[in-house]
Design a binder for this molecule. Structure first.
Ligand SMILES: Cc1cc2nc3c(=O)[nH]c(=O)nc-3n(C[C@H](O)[C@H](O)[C@H](O)COP(=O)(O)O)c2cc1C
Length: 394
């Protein structure tokens, strides 16, 4: 017969295990990338009964967005779509001119256009003009109107099909990339001619140091850190409640470290910042096989910010189709805007042009590429209807 002490110890052990099991369940240790917050990834082709303007929007909402803020809104009509930017879903001081917010809209437009092709429609975008400037506005503003017309060029569909197929498989990968496995020039060449790639060892070292410095300066800026921290999501409940932001599952941790991280008490913003700097310096920069930069000719045109996003989304989809991992590393761009708003000198533009070997243009988007050690998990998406303004037509 077990002793009384043994029964008590056994009971306590079972209680601890049950509590641990509950916490593991509550924190989503067993459900990484699963559940309603991720349902959109399986519904990206919409439904046959939907109107032609509504159907491609299921793919649009799977696009990349700054901090997974999903700052878009769509109004489908019979054969057109009005696209809005929801300025309330901003990154505050981390994106003072809302450059990244508009780039995120550009990402969604790329997915939208590609998805429309699969329904034999050309999505012709008529963009509104406008300038990026420091703002605290939180309203919803019209950005573009899209006309959907029957497609004239059947060849285009087969050319772009690999990008369409990549839509549900594209995920930002913040983990280790295979060290010593370069991306050859021919593959880089197929990713889109709009990016300048940095593959030279010495230039990559300088460029990596600039990214780390940008990260250090970012987290040292209390306002940027706080505003950025508002988009961090820890645990299953937070993810399911918000269905946006950056979750622990998307931090680029191995599956074991990810499970342990979720069991730990919630990270403070300062703790998350420290982790971010360490992983930038020790994982993301040193294991990159190549860096890339998208340049713009008119840094403060909203249309150019949107175009940078569209180019990024297309490039990331192309990279996905070649089994490459990719991650934006936009800290230097964010510091350029922050310095501008605070009236501080910033030479990043000149330095980045030198490192990338280009003579003109301003950097608008920075990223890294490589072959992944581990696949990245999907990020949550808000419910479809939350981003649709209904006119009752489509
Ligand atoms: C304009 C823009 C800027 C971004 N900047 C960064 C960045 O600096 N670091 C990073 O890890 N991810 C960055 N991302 C990636 C987003 O965080 C990511 O797209 C979002 O969390 C959704 O995840 P998904 O791309 O896996 O769908 C950026 C994305 C966009 C569109």
């Amino acid at each position: 017969m077990p002793s009384r002490r043994g029964v008590i110890a056994g009971g306590a052990g079972a209680a601890v295990l049950a509590a641990l099991g509950y916490r593991a369940w509550d924190r989503g240790v067993f459900s990484a990338g699963e559940g309603r917050a991720y349902a959109a990834w399986n519904e990206w082709q919409g439904h046959a009964g939907e109107g032609p303007a509504r159907r491609p929007l299921h793919a649009a909402i799977l696009a990349a967005s700054a901090h997974n803020s999903q700052p878009w809104m769509f109004e489908p009509h019979e054969d057109s779509i009005t696209v809005y930017a929801d300025l309330s879903r901003n990154l505050g001081a981390a994106d003072p001119c809302r450059r990244e917010l508009y780039a995120s809209i550009g990402c969604a437009l790329a997915n939208l256009q590609l998805a429309a092709l699969t329904f034999d429609l050309d999505a012709i975008i008529h963009q509104n003009a406008g300038r990026l400037e420091p703002t605290h506005a939180t309203n919803v503003v019209e950005v573009a109107k899209i006309s959907l017309i029957a497609r004239m060029d059947p060849g285009l569909r087969s050319t772009l099909q690999p990008l369409v197929d990549a839509i549900p498989n594209r995920h930002t990968n913040r983990g280790y990339y295979q060290h010593g496995n370069p991306v050859d020039a021919a593959t880089l060449g197929k990713l889109g001619s709009r990016a300048a790639f940095i593959t030279d060892k010495a230039a990559m070292k300088d460029f990596g140091a600039l990214i780390v410095e940008g990260t250090r300066r970012f987290i040292a800026d209390r306002q940027m850190s706080e505003d950025s921290g508002r988009w961090l999501r820890t645990g299953r409940r937070e993810v399911e409640e918000h269905r946006d932001g950056i979750a622990t599952d998307n931090a680029g941790l191995s599956s074991v470290t990810n499970a342990l991280a979720k069991l730990m008490p919630d990270q403070t913003v300062t703790g998350a910042d420290r982790y971010w700097l360490a992983s930038t310096r020790e994982v993301q920069v040193p294991t990159a096989a190549a860096f890339g930069v998208l340049f713009t000719t008119d840094r403060f045109a909203i249309a150019e910010a949107i175009a940078a996003g569209t180019n990024w989304q297309m490039l990331h989809l192309a990279a996905t189709s070649f089994d490459l991992a990719a991650q934006p590393l936009n800290q230097p761009i964010e510091m350029m805007d922050r310095d501008l708003v605070l009236g501080r000198k910033n030479d990043y533009g000149k330095e980045i042009r030198r490192m990338a070997g280009v003579k003109t243009g301003d950097p608008a988007f920075i990223f890294r590429l490589g072959y992944p050690e581990d696949a990245a998990l999907p990020s949550p998406r808000r419910p479809f209807d939350a981003v649709i303004r209904s006119t009752g037509v489509a």
